[in-house]
Design a protein around this ligand. Structure first.
Ligand code: PXL
Length: 278
C-alpha cells in the first residue's frame, strides 16, 4: 500500500483541507498520515469570527519523532498553510523526508476569484512560491497562479496565455503544473490544464461548467489527484478521476446549494469514486 503525508490545517467544520483529504485518500486505498498545521473552528470562506490556533512548533517536533522511526512517505501533499513560519517548516520537512522517488505535491491554496483568502497579506504568495519551487507538481487555480507570478489576474485568456503561465510557474522550480478551473469557450466548460515542464507535454480535460461556487472543491480535486498519481495511475487517468469526482460532488450538492455552500457532499459519491478507479 502507498503512503501519503498531508500537511494542512484542520478546519473543524466546513469540509476542506484535512477533513477532505483523509477520507478521500483513504477511499482511494492509500494510507494517509497527517500533520495538522493550524486548528480553525471553520474555514475562512464565508464564516465570520472563526478561531485560529497555529501549531507551528509541532511541525518540527513531529518530523523529529518520525525520523527516529525512519518513517517514509511515497508522497508529501501540502495544502492550505496559515503563515510564513509554517511554509519554512514544511520546506524543511520536505528536505528531510524526500527520497529518490518521493512525489512532492503542492496545492498553493491561498486565493480564488482574484482575491487572497481572509488573513493573508500581499507578501504571503512569495513564501508560497518558495514552497512551489521545490514541488514535483503544483495545482494552482488561475488566481493563485497570478499571485505566485506577480501578474494581473484575468479570466480573459486563450491557450497560449495559459501555456505561458505554466511555463513561468515551472521556471519558479516546479516540475509539473496543473491549472484548475481553466476555460477556453466562454466558460461553457471548464477543467484542468496539465503541463510537464520537463517534456513540454500538455493535456486538457474539461466538463460542462456548473454555475455555482462551493468551498473545498479544490481540496476534493487535489486529494483525489494526489492519491491517484501516488497509486501510479497515468496523469490522464488521475486527472479524469479527480475532475469527474469533483463535478459529481458538486452535482450531488446542487439541490441543497444554499444551505450547503460551505462544502460539497463528497461523502455520497465515494461509492462512485471506487468505481472510477477500476
Ligand atoms: O479549501 C481551502 C481552505 C483550506 N483551509 C482553510 C481555508 C480554505 C479556503 O478558504 O479557509 C482554513
Amino acid at each position: 500500500m502507498k503512503r501519503i503525508v498531508t500537511i494542512q490545517d484542520v478546519s473543524c467544520f466546513g469540509k476542506c483541507s484535512i477533513t477532505v483529504a483523509l477520507p478521500l485518500v483513504s477511499a482511494m486505498g492509500v494510507e494517509c498520515a497527517i500533520i495538522p498545521t493550524s486548528i480553525l473552528s471553520t474555514h475562512t470562506g464565508g464564516f465570520k469570527n472563526f478561531t485560529f490556533t497555529d501549531l507551528n512548533e509541532d511541525i518540527p517536533k513531529i518530523a523529529k519523532h518520525w525520523q527516529e522511526y525512519d518513517i517514509k512517505f511515497d508522497s508529501i501533499y501540502t495544502g492550505y498553510l496559515g503563515n510564513k513560519k509554517q511554509i519554512d517548516y514544511v520546506i524543511d520537512f520536505i528536505s528531510k523526508f524526500r527520497g529518490e522517488n518521493t512525489f512532492v505535491f503542492v496545492d498553493p491554496a491561498m486565493a480564488d476569484k482574484g482575491k487572497l483568502y481572509a488573513g493573508f497579506n500581499e507578501e504571503f504568495p512569495s513564501h508560497m512560491a518558495r514552497l512551489c519551487s521545490v514541488a514535483d507538481m503544483i495545482v494552482p487555480n488561475i488566481t493563485e497562479a497570478s499571485f505566485l507570478l506577480g501578474i494581473p489576474y484575468t479570466e480573459e485568456y486563450d491557450e497560449a496565455y495559459i501555456l505561458d503561465v505554466c511555463k513561468r510557474l515551472c521556471a519558479l522550480g516546479a516540475k509539473k503544473v496543473i491549472l484548475t478551473g481553466i476555460h477556453f469557450d466562454g466558460n461553457k466548460t471548464q477543467g484542468a490544464y496539465y503541463y510537464d515542464g520537463e517534456t513540454g507535454k500538455t493535456h486538457y480535460y474539461c466538463r460542462n461548467t456548473i454555475d455555482a461556487a462551493f468551498h473545498g472543491t479544490g481540496d476534493t480535486f487535489s486529494s483525489v489527484l494526489c492519491a491517484g498519481l501516488t497509486r501510479g495511475f497515468s496523469y490522464e487517468k488521475a486527472i479524469k478521476i479527480a475532475v469527474d469526482f469533483t463535478v459529481l460532488s458538486i452535482e450531488k450538492t446542487m439541490p441543497d446549494r444554499i444551505n450547503h455552500s460551505y462544502g460539497v457532499k463528497f461523502e455520497e459519491c465515494i461509492p462512485e469514486l471506487i468505481e472510477m478507479m477500476k
